[in-house]
Design a protein around this ligand. Structure first.
Ligand SMILES: [Zn+2]
Length: 389
């Protein structure tokens, strides 16, 4: 596979082996002391050392910060800022899935902005993010959040696990190295959960209220790519397939689908994400897994408002019947094929937790652009349906 370069919405080097260009590009941009931000899981694998070696080949001295595990929290960001200062770093290389990418962005904010991270939360009375941020180079190792082409970071409070969003166009990484080889070892469960997050972004952004035809077009093509590759990636992951051309190609399709999802959801998301954010807050569920479980319930709820759009998706995927029902059936088949639970029954949630789930989901902003208005009672009913299965 050759390496393609495109600059939308930032500079992207896509293709097997594109990570090898990192050292030269970091040097060309005038940097020599990167802080490599990754998570503890990846730190145990050879990838961070390989990236540090690529940087060292161009005389850059890298410090690795890997104090990130699970859903990212503020204290991890604070630790990363301390490491950035101790290393006298001059740029950030973010390596991993959504968690390290988001923490890297939040570190970049706090390096040159005083005070606590959530003083810069995306809300009306927030302090502005108006100083120059350290340049971020992003290397995704999952195909899910698309955070590498996003302008926001989602970080939770340490104590409550409530998610806070920090947003600024300045958070956009300067160069993305989208290298499908880095995804070849992603385990089946992570392949499934992150891939379903990307799929949820594509579907929800297409259905979100608002007139954004550019996002709509990107969402539809992203959906086609994800539909053509997610199950393949899962099967390859399960079979432990190595670097075959088919495996690399499928991972590459999902990487693009994931970036397209993040570009498309500038338009907005929907109720699935509100339910998922709440499941992560209350039960610490993985974001992609939570979306994957709830997506079909949310889409059935949306059916009466969105039959035409869901039918269009069905046609884009060439499904038999080409209507909304065929699309919903396809979604449930896909979820089963990649071994995502069909409901929440196995989590044995008590009634007090259910109340909190509804409360947090309704307080979450994502559902405000859902095509069908969703009340707290509707959300309770969606959780209850999922709890029965
Ligand atoms: Zn998401």
């Amino acid at each position: 596979m050759s390496i393609s370069e495109y600059s939308f919405p930032t500079r992207i080097l896509f293709g097997a082996g594109s990570r090898q260009r990192l050292g030269a590009i970091v040097k060309e941009q005038g940097f020599s002391r990167p802080l490599l931000v990754t998570d503890s899981g990846l730190a145990a694998l050879p990838i961070p050392a390989e990236i540090a070696a690529i940087l060292a080949s161009e005389k850059a001295q890298t410090k690795v910060f890997s104090g990130i595990a699970g859903n990212p929290v503020e204290s991890q960001v604070v630790q990363g800022v301390a490491d950035y200062r101790a290393h006298e770093a001059d740029c950030i290389v973010a390596l991993g899935g959504g968690a390290p990418l988001d923490v890297a962005k939040a570190i970049a904010v706090l390096v040159n902005h005083p005070g606590g991270l959530f003083e810069y939360e995306d809300r009306a009375d927030a302090k502005p993010i108006d100083a120059v941020l350290p340049v971020i180079f992003a290397i995704p190792t999952t195909a899910g959040t698309g955070s590498e082409v996003g302008r926001s970071a989602v970080i939770s409070e340490d104590d409550t696990h409530i998610k806070r969003i920090v947003f600024s166009p300045r958070l956009m990484p300067r160069v993305v190295f989208a290298d499908p080889e880095l995804l070849l070892g992603l385990p089946p469960s992570m392949t499934a959960a992150t891939g379903m997050d990307a799929l949820t972004h594509l579907i929800e952004s297409r259905l979100a209220r608002g007139h954004q035809p550019l996002c709509d077009g990107i969402a539809m093509e992203g959906l086609r790519l994800a539909a053509g590759s997610l199950r393949l990636c899962y099967d390859f992951a399960k079979a432990g397939a190595g670097a075959t051309p088919e495996h690399v190609s499928a991972r590459g399709m999902m990487l693009n689908a994931s970036m397209m999802g993040a570009v498309a959801f500038q338009k907005g998301l929907g109720v699935t994400h509100s339910l998922a954010h709440s499941l992560s807050t209350v039960l610490d569920l993985h974001h992609g897994l939570a979306n994957a479980i709830m997506l079909p319930y949310a889409m059935r709820f949306n059916l009466e408002t969105c039959a035409r759009e869901l039918g269009l998706m069905s046609q884009v995927l060439g499904l038999n019947g080409g209507n909304a029902k065929a699309f919903l059936a396809w979604l449930e088949d896909l979820r089963a094929a990649i071994e995502i639970p069909a409901g929440l029954k196995s989590y044995s949630i008590n009634s007090q937790q259910l109340d909190r789930l509804v409360q947090f989901a309704f307080a979450d902003g994502c559902h405000q652009l859902n095509p069908r208005p969703c009340t707290a009672d509707d959300m309770r009913s969606l959780f209850e349906q999922a709890l029965e299965t």
